[in-house]
Write a protein that binds this ligand. Structure first.
Ligand code: ADP
Length: 427
């Protein structure tokens, strides 16, 4: 009987309806907070925000206006269906309700825009939406106003203080999420631009070094040919041309290898290789130059057959760099030793020792840095870009190994030690 009475009580029914609506709004606000906290993409985030705004204050449309730092104006960032033509359009800071909210950092409720001189009527012309009433709140993130959230109606509802509260709660959560998404978008853009420039740089280097190499081979070919003549002065001059051309070739090779700065394990083409065979192969190139310098090269092979899993080309490049350095930084008639041994059951150690100019203690770590050279670049006699060792380190580390140098000091020779795990990949 009591229940029957309750159901028919219009005041109570109204009260219950109100309560139900409040629960639904709170539920919506809770759900949107998860969306806002998890989405880093601006477009879907704004779209969810507008739908929620319209729903919680029972409006027909909504829009988000954001402050554009670059152009220094307030623009529609997103609008709900029917008003999408407005997206991207600016509104004046003076002479619009959004501008008023932005300037005064407070909610503004207008029930009849026709009576409000600050309404920016041009908006309605551009969107075909006959705005009757507007409720707008500022979007404030970490004390900074970043824009305005508006709910718009063709009808004329009385905006309640609850409507303002709900919209402000929503705006407070949304502002932080919007700012984060804006930052992520800006970072992505900057990153894309960097990648584009990096590709451009790589392409330029690849083309330039290719174009330089062809005429250089011709110069080297003819100069070497002239070196063989019986005319001593021609031969001497040709030898100088060959020397200069060889230096140039080294620089071009360094340029081509710049991309290996950031070598990753995934880029390696790992195969099983017999260590001794590999090292003998690597020695072929430096031996020719070492002979010309009157150096002696000693090779101490591994005590037993050792199989390593390496990228033959890349690790070969790393070792060639070290061997070439040993040849370059050792005055004529030096001794260069290449030795390999088991260091532990899981690691081989490859050592290159020379009797050259040596390296001072404080330089031992620095020489592996990008573009680092111990001697002053402008005055030193030995050519190079100071990138060989940093590329070498990147390649060795991509193999899961380590590299370091030791030296007793100036003119006491240097030793470069490189370790490689015996199994770099698990099959
Ligand atoms: P670069 O090609 O300019 O020589 P690297 O990265 O190969 O650049 O080497 C960096 C610097 O480390 C060299 O400029 C040189 O000062 C020093 N260095 C490298 N190897 C040796 C070595 N075997 N003996 C003495 N100094 C060396």
């Amino acid at each position: 009987m009591a229940l029957h009475m309750t159901e028919n009580d219009p005041q109570l029914t109204n009260h219950l309806d109100n309560l139900e609506r409040k629960i639904s709004i709170l539920d919506t606000l809770t759900r949107i907070s998860t969306v806002l906290n998890s989405s880093l993409r601006l477009k879907p985030l704004l779209s969810a925000l507008m739908d929620t705004a319209a729903h919680i204050v029972d409006a027909e449309a909504a829009s988000v206006l954001l402050w554009d730092q670059k152009s220094g104006d307030l623009r529609f960032a997103a609008t709900t269906a029917g008003t999408t033509a407005l997206t991207g359009k600016p509104v004046p800071l003076e002479g619009s309700i959004a501008g008023l909210i932005m300037r005064e950092r407070r909610a503004v409720a207008v029930e009849q825009v026709a009576d409000e001189p600050r309404h920016y009527a041009k908006i309605d012309e551009e969107s075909d939406f006959q705005t009757r009433s507007i409720l707008g709140v500022p979007l404030i993130s970490k004390d900074r106003i970043i824009g305005v959230l508006e709910a718009i109606n063709k009808r004329q509802p009385p905006w309640t203080t609850e409507d303002i509260d709900y919209l402000e709660i929503l705006a407070a959560q949304a502002a932080v999420a919007i700012e984060t998404a804006q930052l992520v978008t800006a970072l992505q853009k900057a990153n894309d631009e960097l990648n584009r420039l990096d590709e451009f740089k790589n392409e330029f280097i690849a083309i330039a070094s290719h174009e330089l190499r062809t005429p250089l081979s011709i110069i080297l070919g003819y100069a070497s040919f002239l070196q063989e003549t019986n005319d001593a002065s021609v031969s001497q001059n040709a030898a100088k041309v060959v020397e200069g051309a060889l230096k140039l070739r080294r620089i071009i090779e360094d340029l081509t290898n710049l991309r290996y700065f950031e070598e990753r394990k995934a880029a390696l083409q790992i195969t099983k290789v017999d260590l001794e065979t590999f090292l003998r192969e690597v020695l072929l190139d430096p031996v020719a130059v070492a002979d010309a310098q009157g150096h002696q090269i000693e090779f101490i092979p591994p005590p037993t057959n050792i199989e390593v899993e390496i990228d033959r080309g890349r690790l070969g490049m790393a070792l060639t760099n070290i061997l070439n350095n040993a040849v370059r930084f050792t005055p004529k008639g030096g001794i260069i030793t290449l030795k390999s041994e088991y260091h532990s059951p899981t690691e081989v150690r490859i050592t290159v020792t020379d009797t050259g100019i040596g390296i001072e203690q404080e330089e031992l770590k620095r020489i592996f840095g990008k573009f680092y050279q111990v001697e002053d670049h402008m005055t030193r006699k030995i050519g190079g870009l100071g990138i060989g060792l940093s590329i070498t380190r990147a390649l060795v580390e991509a193999h899961g190994g380590r590299i370091w140098a030791t030296s007793k000091g100036l003119n006491q020779g240097s030793t470069f030690i490189l370790t490689i795990p015996i199994s770099t990949v698990k099959r």
